[in-house]
Structures are given as C-alpha cells and as structure tokens.
Design a protein around this ligand. Structure first.
Ligand SMILES: C[S@@+](CC[C@H](N)C(=O)[O-])C[C@H]1O[C@@H](n2cnc3c(N)ncnc32)[C@H](O)[C@@H]1O
Length: 237
C-alpha cells in the first residue's frame, strides 16, 4: 500500500460529503488503517465537516454496518488496492449496507492518462501498461481501473449506471501542495519503474525526475494532468 501517497488528500472527501448531507445528516467514515481514520477524526475535531461523523477502522470486504443502513455510499481510491475477487466482494458489501433505491459510487484513477509535462507525455502510460501486465497474474485492479468498473456494478445488480471522468490540470507555476504531491508521486513512480518491466530510458528519466523534482516543477511548461472516473449505480428498490 502506498500509504505515503494518500497523505496529501486523505479524508478530503469527508468535508465535501458533509456539505452535501448537512448538519441534520450523518456520515460514517471507514478505512482499514487506524492512522488514516485518526486523520479523519482530527479533521472532524477541527470542525471541517458540517455533518456528524462516526469514524470506524474496518475493511470494505466485511463492513461493520447492518444491511440497508445508508442512503448512499462513496468509496474513493480503494478499489485499486483490491483484486477482482476482493472488489466483487466489496461491491456486495457496499450494496448490502445501502438502502434499496440508494446510490453506490466508486471513484478511481486512470493512471494510463497521468502526465507530468514536459516529461514524455506517454511515460506513465507505458509504466501503467507494465504494471497492468504484472497485475494480470494476481488480478489486482490497480490505479488504472477507474474506467473499468462498470462490469462489477452490473454483476452486483446495480442499475442506472452513470460514469463520469475528470481531467485535473495544474499548470505552471504549481502551488505548494502540487509541488509536494508531484515530488512524492515521482518518488513513488520511480520506485514502480524500478520494479517493473519498463525500458532503461524510462527508468532513468523517472529516477532523474524523482531525484530533482524542482527541475520539473520550475519548468515554465510544467503541467500535472491526472484523470479519474466516478462510477455510480442504484441499489434496486
Ligand atoms: C489512496 S488512499 C484513499 C483514502 C481515502 N479513501 C480518500 O480517498 O481520501 C487508499 C486507502 O485505502 C485503504 N484501504 C486499502 N484496503 C482497504 C480495505 N480492504 N478496506 C478499507 N480500506 C482499505 C487504505 O488504508 C488507504 O487509506
């Protein structure tokens, strides 16, 4: 688990969901890692969520909630760490805890579209292809699974599927959070390149960028471009 990579945005959806359900609504936040739940608890203590939040450590494979508890469920950036079999089970759990007629939404990245310009625009796509080839043996969904989750929703019996993708761009000059995110992301991607079947040229380019992220970040043509997809379905009434 690339826990460090979660650090910059972890729990960031809780305040947004709080805005949407309002002070009369209620939110339950769940994550496998106690330290990540502690972050959400801190965020709630700081008054950054408009709705009351119940924080739980637990797994999406075995949710500690009764059937038909929630009007809607949001699961962000978790599917990529699961195998196909595990995500099938997780979808069953997400549907079980959602009321009939309620919504299940899953957000995931499409790492095949990641770019950090002016690095070669296709370098991360090639790395994602190498990761995907290796993951085929284990069935790991991986960070490219965002656009590929429709079949899991249909098999779980969800109806009214809606899929929507977003492209996020951060052009030069990047703000501080983007600089931190990119520096961390480059270290992560260089580590992946070392462990996967990519060309020596790609490995070298990623290692060089990770060793000196400021060079990339200070380039007047720098741009971070990343894409994600939200898939949403309805639990049959
Ligand atoms: C990239 S972080 C995303 C965190 C948060 N969902 C968000 O989007 O802000 C991935 C998270 O997945 C959690 N995770 C991995 N496997 C899990 C599982 N089986 N059940 C629940 N959480 C899991 C990790 O602990 C980690 O916090």
């Amino acid at each position: 688990m690339d826990g460090a990579r979660c650090g910059l945005w972890l729990g960031g959806y809780v305040p947004l969901i709080g805005e949407s359900v309002g002070p009369t609504g209620r939110i339950a936040a769940l994550d496998l890692a106690p330290e990540n739940i502690a972050r959400v608890e801190r965020l709630v203590r700081e008054g950054r969520c408009a709705a009351p939040v119940e924080c739980r450590v637990g797994s999406v494979l075995d949710l500690p909630f009764a059937a038909a508890t929630f009007d809607g469920v949001w699961c962000a950036n978790v599917a990529q760490y699961l195998t196909e079999a595990e995500f099938t089970r997780a979808m069953g759990e997400l549907c079980r805890v959602t009321k009939p007629g309620g919504l299940v939404a899953v957000k995931e990245f499409d790492a095949t579209l990641l770019q950090m310009l002016p690095l070669d625009p296709a370098i991360f796509a090639r790395l994602a292809a190498a990761r995907r080839a290796k993951a085929a043996a284990t069935g790991l969904l991986g960070a490219w699974c965002g656009p590929l989750l429709g079949p899991f929703f249909r098999r779980a019996g969800l109806t009214d599927l809606v899929r929507k993708g977003w492209l996020i761009e951060r052009w030069a000059p990047p703000p501080r959070p983007t600089r931190q995110f990119v520096a961390m992301g480059l270290r992560f991607q260089a580590g992946l390149a070392a462990a996967h079947d990519v060309s020596p040229a790609d490995r070298k380019a990623l290692q060089a960028a990770a060793a000196d992220p400021d060079r990339l970040l200070d380039d007047p043509d720098f741009c971070l471009r990343e894409a994600f997809v939200v898939t949403r379905g309805r639990v049959p009434a």
